[in-house]
Design a protein around this ligand. Structure first.
Ligand SMILES: [Zn+2]
Length: 323
């Protein structure tokens, strides 16, 4: 059983090849039958999806539109399997990732090379950057965004659902909220049992400044405190019913973590990579993108609070200094 009904919301859990495990997609009937998120692009996922739909008497052809919470492969992959003519709704940041625009992908690798050099990565580690793109294998290639939505919009075809921008885990991240009964589609913004990780991603345009995902994420979490949320349907795992206390806990824990990073800088300035190795000695090599994102998140947060400062050396490498 991978399908469950909650009032008018149909939840289907789909397998992924990622450590996070299953991803949830949701089907809801408004003016149009809407799918929230689209799993990974694998045969197993598609079969589980078709099976899940059948439990509700539906088939993939019944889906009239897809609303995306964000552009990550486990949320967009099956767009390649769905009919070409359905509407795909989401933040404009999704666009280049859904089509895997070649020029954009190249600029993205250059962005990360530059960034990781600033973080103190030696040149001989550059091949490790390549493996960061591996999950793209499970993403879509032929997806395209047909309707852009932004903060304050109502979801087209789905009356009563408002769009909130929640960047942090992804630059494209949106949540959808129904005021009437306090229901939220949270995507990966808030998960029940694991804390969602802010990820380093390029800005919308490469001439813009790098986003600070942890700082954005905290703001996006705080945004949830102002919404009367009764129940949040998440991208992975179970529903969250006490989202406000969960958000408070997550914010506190992150602050404590940042303070322990500040301690590390007491004796001498460190690069982001050096801090990363201190924080994640066992896994940083295998999970460089994730662990460095987490590390830089804490450093950005401390910088934002004015708790630390940063110096650039003659090789453009950043050294973080405790005040
Ligand atoms: Zn996810």
């Amino acid at each position: 059983m991978n399908a469950e009904r909650f009032g008018d919301i149909m939840k289907i859990s789909l397998p992924t090849p990622f450590p996070v495990g299953d991803v949830n997609v949701y089907v809801i009937k408004g003016d149009r039958l809407t799918l929230i998120d689209a799993g990974v692009k694998t045969k197993e996922s598609w079969e589980a999806f078709v099976h899940g739909l059948s439990q509700f008497g539906l088939t993939p052809e019944d889906i009239e539109q897809v609303a995306l919470t964000h552009h990550h492969p486990d949320h967009v992959g099956m767009l390649d399997f769905l009919p070409d003519d359905i509407d795909v709704i989401g933040h404009r940041y999704n666009e280049k990732f859904l089509t895997r625009d070649e020029h954009f992908m190249k600029e993205q690798s250059q962005f990360f090379e530059r960034l990781f050099r600033q973080f103190g990565l030696p040149k001989e580690w550059e091949p490790m950057l390549k493996q960061m793109g591996a999950p793209l294998k499970f993403s879509c290639e032929e997806g395209r965004l047909t309707k852009r939505v932004k903060e304050g919009d109502e979801l087209p075809g789905l009356n009563g659902w408002s769009v909130y921008e929640t960047p942090g885990h992804a630059q494209s991240h949106l949540v959808f909220f129904r005021e009437k009964d306090g229901t939220l589609f949270a995507g990966d913004h808030v998960l029940a049992t694991i804390s969602s990780n802010p990820l380093l991603e390029p800005p919308l345009r490469f001439d813009m400044e790098r986003p600070k995902p942890q700082v954005q994420y905290n703001e996006s979490l705080k945004k949830m405190l102002h919404l009367p949320i009764e129940k949040a349907f998440t991208g992975h795992g179970g529903e969250v019913t006490r989202i406000h206390s969960l958000v408070e806990r997550r914010l506190e824990r992150q602050h404590d973590r940042a303070m322990s990073v500040k301690e590390m800088l007491k004796d001498k300035p460190l690069t982001a990579l050096e801090v990363c190795i201190n924080l994640f000695p066992a896994i940083y090599k295998k999970e460089l993108g994730l662990t460095l994102s987490e590390t830089v998140g804490q450093l950005d947060y401390l910088l934002d609070l004015g708790q630390i400062s940063v110096r650039t050396d003659e090789h453009q490498v950043l050294h973080y200094v405790s005040e």
